[in-house]
Design a protein around this ligand. Structure first.
Ligand code: TXA
Ligand code: MG
Length: 342
């Protein structure tokens, strides 16, 4: 299959491919998605093939207006809390899980009685959903297990020849995937941290729980509330090690382990102090920028085939920092070296 690269003037071509049951890489403000018609189960199957994704991992359904939930009869009822969330954060990087209707094909819900819905803010994402005339199922457009793509080039690196087209909408603003919150539990619960912070959700809703799997490794035999959280994820090919401790301790530890095959995933302020290859997430404490650059940094590290070990600081769990923490701790297979305990 030849993968066409489309620009923003070619939304109509992308929409035609989607209407005909094809797969298109689309830009969103979080990361690029791999989209198909969410109401066409046969088309949705192609996503799992292209990504090599396990069939038990459900997909997010993307809409272009809040009223699409009723228009397409996607959920059994819209809870009051969903209305509040939609008012506060949509369009934007928030995915809301509700009880689904039978309109949702089993390929999308992966056997669950719920559906995840998101109204993305990216104007091209909205245009393409509207032009396709159907909600779009879209996981992140990476090969399963790899870092999510934040540019059309990232999508092509993983998907060239596996999908019909990719629509180039520039680099994704947020850089990490949407926050996933379920309203199907007694208390609203965050299953995946992302662009909307837990602090912001609590301001809008009051009580909000954070699922244990967000920062901890799932215990053996435990069932994941969000199937995606149980897989090793976001991992570059090199071995990622997270270091817990102050800035000076981080720099001296990395310098003491300097070698040709070592790289530091660091901040701008560290660049002159480190004696190894470096890739910077941005200025210290600027978590929004760290989130925006994270996946591109992990992919750049992979492109340098000589790098075997990556040392990164354990991120903060504040604000969008929690999303970076969640992705990096998975990339590291939950391995953290406590520098204060050494
Ligand atoms: O920002 C995003 O959310 C991007 C863009 C493309 O919109 N999409 C994305 O999709 O990250 P994906 O498939 O890579 O991640 C969706 C996550 C997975 O962890 C999946 O298990 C979970 O959401 N999920 C989807 N439907 C669910 C459901 N009904 N119940 C529990 N978890 C669900
Ligand atoms: Mg993903």
């Amino acid at each position: 299959m030849k993968t066409q690269v489309l620009d923003k003037s070619q939304v109509d071509i992308a929409a035609r491919i989607l209407k005909n049951g094809g797969v298109v890489g689309i830009p969103t403000e979080t990361v690029y998605g791999l989209a198909t018609d969410a109401l066409n189960g046969e088309a949705v199957k192609k996503i799992f093939q292209a990504k090599g994704r396990p069939m038990d991992n459900p997909l997010i359904v993307h809409i272009a207006d809040y009223s699409d939930i009723e228009k397409y009869n996607l959920v059994r009822e819209i809870p009051e809390s969903a209305e509040k969330l939609a008012k506060a954060f949509w369009p934007g990087p928030l995915t809301i899980i509700m009880k689904r209707t039978d309109v949702i094909p089993p390929e999308v819900s992966a056997g669950l009685d719920t559906v995840a819905i998101r109204f993305p803010a990216h104007p091209l994402a909205q245009q393409i959903i509207k032009a396709a005339g159907t909600p779009l199922a879209a996981p992140s457009a990476n090969l399963s297990g790899s870092p999510s793509p934040t540019t059309a080039r990232h999508v092509l690196n993983d998907m060239d020849g596996r999908i019909d087209a990719v629509l180039d909408g520039g680099a994704s603003e947020v850089g990490v995937e949407s926050t996933v919150i379920t309203l199907a539990a007694d208390v609203p619960r965050v299953l995946r941290p992302g662009g909307v912070t837990v602090e912001e959700l609590r301001e809008a809703l009051g009580e909000v729980e954070v699922d244990d799997a967000v920062i901890h490794q799932l215990k053996e035999g435990a069932v994941a509330a969000s199937p995606g959280m149980k897989y090793k994820h976001y991992a570059p090919k090199a071995n990622v090690l997270l270091l817990k401790g102050g800035d000076e301790a981080y720099i001296s530890y990395v310098n003491a382990h300097a070698a040709d095959d070592v790289c530091a995933l660091c901040c701008d302020e560290d660049l002159l102090l480190l004696k190894v290859k470096t890739v910077s997430l941005g200025r210290r404490g600027d978590y929004l920028t760290h989130a925006r650059h994270l996946f591109d940094c992990l992919r750049r590290i992979d492109e340098n085939k000589t790098i075997c070990t990556v040392y990164s600081r354990l991120p903060s769990v504040e604000g969008v920092g929690l999303a970076v923490y969640n992705r990096l701790i998975r990339a590291a297979g939950f391995e953290v070296i406590d520098l204060e305990a050494l």
